[in-house]
Design a protein around this ligand. Structure first.
Ligand SMILES: C[S@@+](CC[C@H](N)C(=O)[O-])C[C@H]1O[C@@H](n2cnc3c(N)ncnc32)[C@H](O)[C@@H]1O
Length: 446
């Protein structure tokens, strides 16, 4: 069975995500499980693949926000017609009748526009076809699930997960704090999109958005989304061998993502996915994929030293906790202990130190500087920020010609204060703000 798969991404990351999908499995991997027909489309990347490909996408993609699989597409103009068409589909081949299910709907330029009614009819159609019963179907409103189909009619839908903001991300991480183990929601969702009187039905097999790796137990202040941090590391042009330093590391996301990326450690290793709660797979199947991908990690150990500094000792404490959490996750991959054997026993290390960037000394050269400095909104008055960005430029210059600087920031003018020739590698959304990832000009190819 070849599925039509869609991986959504934060804005600006689509091409990087397509590259990641191209390299998702080794070239000699079983042909039928390799992603095929990879195409950048608005909001993400579409590709073909088997159920196993889906599992690899969930566990192995670090830049995707969600992974969906298209199950049906048909014309529709009336609610009765919608329910009937849905009821004709083989839901029990895709969903387990006892598992909770979410239904999200959007409608555009169509005769059917009431998303609550659409959700209700889709829920009824699924139940008629032997899918999950009414009591286990939930509508999603503003990211929170409301129980029972009876409530569906009065709900408006939350559509497919869009870009999340730094702030909402922080809030949602806090909700997760302490509930990650066993408390996370891994329900599959049926995503209904009606556009120009055509209905497209997909299964969202992600569960929590994929950037939530599960290691960020303390997001501290203004954390960067994990997928954006990883994208910044990738566009920085880091060769995985130079030291990589984040001089304003906050809760450590850039460095943790750099360590995982450099060593090809699966970003989804420590979390669950809704795919395991569908009829397409099960948790054991996902564990097997995690184990296989860990085997690939062993072959490609990055050698670069990783170091994170922040003037705030509480930020450093948060970063250390998050990094420890990641280690802890490694030993909890289902029924196997992956810890000591990962990366041939040379698990990456990160040095953390409370230090002000103004007093930071260069310890070795060359260096790849990758950072998410304050933007000047809530964290610091903008006057001081000019000095901070100037200092970042100074450090970059002092660390020699083979060094590099990459930073993500809200204000172009601040990036230019570094005095380093920077160009935008991608423009994305964080905290509802348009932010740019700036890299040294020869790496600004996108
Ligand atoms: C936007 S946050 C970084 C967030 C981080 N990327 C994460 O995901 O958690 C900026 C960080 O810069 C730090 N910072 C501000 N001024 C600094 C300075 N002069 N020296 C070092 N760190 C500084 C702040 O304490 C804050 O943790």
């Amino acid at each position: 069975m070849t599925w039509q798969i869609f991986a959504s991404s934060a804005p600006g990351l689509e091409r990087l995500l397509a590259d990641e999908i191209h390299g998702l499995v080794p070239v000699d991997f079983h042909t039928s499980h390799r992603p095929s027909a990879i195409e950048v489309v608005p909001g993400g990347v579409s590709f073909g693949g088997s159920t196993e490909t889906l599992g690899h996408a969930l566990v192995g993609l670090g830049l995707a926000a969600r992974v969906l699989v298209r199950v049906a597409e048909f014309p529709v103009r009336h609610l009765n017609e919608l329910e009937k068409s849905v009821a004709r589909l083989p839901w029990s081949d895709w969903l387990r009748p006892t598992e909770p299910l979410e239904i999200r709907a959007t409608a555009k330029k169509s005769k059917l526009f009431h998303t609550g009614a659409i959700q209700e009819r889709v829920a009824r159609g699924i139940q008629r076809a032997g899918g999950p019963a009414a009591a286990t179907v939930e509508a999603v409103v503003g990211g929170q699930a409301k129980p029972t189909a009876g409530e569906l009619a009065s709900q408006t839908a939350g559509g497919q997960a869009g870009p999340q903001t730094n702030e909402s991300d922080e809030a949602s991480e806090r909700v997760l704090d302490g509930t990650w183990e066993g408390g996370e929601r891994v329900h599959p969702a049926v995503v209904v999109r009606i556009e120009r009187d055509r209905c497209m039905l997909s299964l969202d097999v992600s569960g929590q958005p994929l950037h939530r790796r599960g290691y960020r137990v303390n997001p501290y202040r203004a954390p960067l989304r994990e997928d954006l941090a990883r994208a910044l590391v990738i566009v920085s042009g880091w060769d995985r061998r130079q030291p990589l330093v984040d001089p304003c590391c906050g809760s450590g996301t850039v460095l943790i993502e750099a360590a995982l990326w450099a060593n090809r450690i699966p970003p989804g290793l420590g979390r669950e996915f809704a795919l395991g709660a569908t009829a397409l797979s099960d948790p054991a199947g996902i564990r097997a994929i995690k184990r296989q991908r860990l085997g690939w990690a062993e072959a490609t150990v990055g050698e670069g030293r990783l170091a994170g500094f922040d003037r705030d000792p509480n930020a450093i404490a948060a970063a250390q906790l998050n990094w420890q959490q990641w280690h802890a996750q490694l030993t909890r991959v289902g029924d196997f202990d992956a810890g000591p054997g990962v990366c041939g026993g040379q698990f990456p290390t990160i040095e953390w130190e409370a230090q002000d960037v103004m007093r930071l000394a260069i310890r070795e050269t060359p260096v790849t500087w990758v950072t998410n400095p304050p933007w000047g909104d809530r964290i610091q008055p903008s006057g001081k920020l000019v000095f901070l960005y100037q200092r970042l430029g100074e450090l970059r210059r002092q660390s020699g010609p083979a060094s590099r600087l990459a930073l993500i920031t809200l204000h172009r003018e601040l990036a230019y204060k570094t005095g380093v020739p920077l160009g935008s590698a991608f423009l994305t959304d964080a905290g509802g703000l348009k932010v740019n990832a700036f890299v040294e000009s020869d790496s600004a190819t996108r």
